[in-house]
Design a protein around this ligand. Structure first.
Ligand SMILES: Nc1ncnc2c1ncn2[C@@H]1O[C@H](COP(=O)(O)OP(=O)(O)OP(=O)(O)O)[C@@H](O)[C@H]1O
Ligand SMILES: Nc1nc2c(ncn2[C@@H]2O[C@H](COP(=O)(O)O)[C@@H](O)[C@H]2O)c(=O)[nH]1
Length: 361
């Protein structure tokens, strides 16, 4: 069967451990006290911090030769190869390209050598989907769907399609390849109504409307962000970053995301309790939350895109009572988020549209 999708996979920290392995070697070589952790890696290139020593490892032959294969990487590539044509897209210095080629052929014999694209100009690579952990590679990608693999060093990335692991990526691929299996339709069953859209698009307003007019009940999520001026006290469970990370470590969340440098997460029990109580569950999520909801609830999840003219979105963010830095991040991600409409089941412009939609579903 012809495989229609071309998927480009970054290699470092997608298939082989890179930053984590370098941190391990650096701690051994330099005896850092306290030991260096991957949480300290906050961006690419030299930063004037102790993590700069890591950059030397990436140039070493012995480093590339010994990078450990990440758990599940082989099965992931095998699975992808069954569904699509897989390419490796790896930024590697020219002198190390031969070693990378050997490393990839040995670990992934199912991918032909001609599908290795090695070099630093990733922005020229035009795949259907690119999976990469480098925020700069995602922002500059010419691929149709750049997907970010969430790692500590790309937490600043906002509004883009991102996944936390191989399973989430496979779900995203499935949604693209079999959209009809996920398309929300009418029926009597209560739904999970997920409002999606850029900052200021009216998600909170529409959520209030759904609660008032359709008896929908909000599944409240968790966030580490500060309550914004004028926001209701129970808009979220407002928690400290420490509390959020504790819950995350305990596996309490069924999905989490990062937005404008803050953490957000929701719990499946909160949604299921609303459904079990005989109501529609409603929540506002970013596109990553939308994908996670489709993974869990398939057709029962209605992704509703809140559309609003761009000028109004900008004006709404400028008026938001929150730190200036946060406003900038929200504005920068507007265009990326507008593109996410294509993954939603429905688009609404106002409460009138929403009321009409609710009579259909
Ligand atoms: N269609 C609309 N027309 C005019 N004003 C609107 C519209 N939708 C929302 N607003 C106003 O814009 C502001 C932002 O709306 P809202 O908080 O609902 O957006 P949001 O998508 O939840 O934003 P964020 O993700 O930033 O929290 C609010 O003051 C709201 O009253
Ligand atoms: N994936 C998830 N996204 C969430 C969740 N709670 C909120 N959000 C989305 O984050 C951004 C920012 O929210 P804001 O209230 O600070 O404007 C927005 O797109 C929300 O819809 C969640 O639990 N999971």
């Amino acid at each position: 069967m012809k495989k229609y999708f071309r998927i480009g996979l970054d290699v470092d920290d997608i298939l082989f451990s890179c930053n984590e392995y370098a941190v391990e070697l650096a701690n051994r070589e330099y005896g850092f006290e306290p030991p260096m952790t991957i949480e300290e890696i906050q961006s690419w290139g030299k930063t004037g911090r102790r993590t700069d020593v890591l950059l030397d490892y990436y140039q070493k032959e012995s480093f590339v030769k010994n990078q450990p294969l990440l758990p599940g990487a082989r099965q992931f590539v095998e699975e992808l190869s069954r569904r699509a044509e897989v390419f490796f897209v790896s930024a590697i210095p020219p002198k190390l390209m031969g070693i990378r080629e050997e490393q990839l052929s040995e670990a992934f014999p199912m991918v032909p050598g001609k599908n290795m694209i090695l070099g630093f100009r990733k922005e020229l690579v035009n795949m259907d989907i690119l999976l990469d952990d480098g925020g700069h590679n995602i922002s500059s990608s010419s691929s149709a769907y750049p997907v970010l693999m969430r790692k500590p060093w790309n937490r600043h990335m906002t509004g883009c399609i991102s996944v936390n692991n191989y399973d989430e990526f496979l779900t995203f691929l499935d949604i693209l390849m079999n959209p009809m299996a996920y398309q929300c339709e009418g029926g009597t069953e209560n739904k999970v109504l997920a409002l999606i859209g850029p900052s200021g698009s009216g998600k909170t307003e529409l959520m209030g409307e759904l609660m008032k007019t359709c008896g929908a009940v909000r599944a409240k999520s968790y966030t580490t962000r500060e309550r914004k001026g004028g926001e209701e006290e129970d808009a979220y469970h407002f928690v400290t970053p420490e509390e959020f990370f504790r819950l995350e470590q305990e596996g309490a969340f069924f999905e989490t995301t990062r937005y404008a440098q803050n953490c957000y997460g929701s719990m499946i029990k909160d949604i299921d309790d609303v459904l079990a109580g005989g109501n529609h569950a409603v929540m506002a999520v970013d596109i990553c939350g939308g994908i996670a909801l489709k993974r869990a609830y398939k057709k029962r999840a209605a992704l509703i895109f809140a559309e609003r003219p761009k000028e109004e979105l900008i004006s709404s963010v400028l008026d938001r009572r929150c730190p200036r830095e946060e406003k900038i991040k929200r504005l920068v991600s507007l265009d990326t988020e507008l593109r996410n409409e294509e993954f939603c089941d429905f688009t609404v412009r106002n409460s009138e549209d929403l009321r009409k939609l609710m009579t259909k579903i």
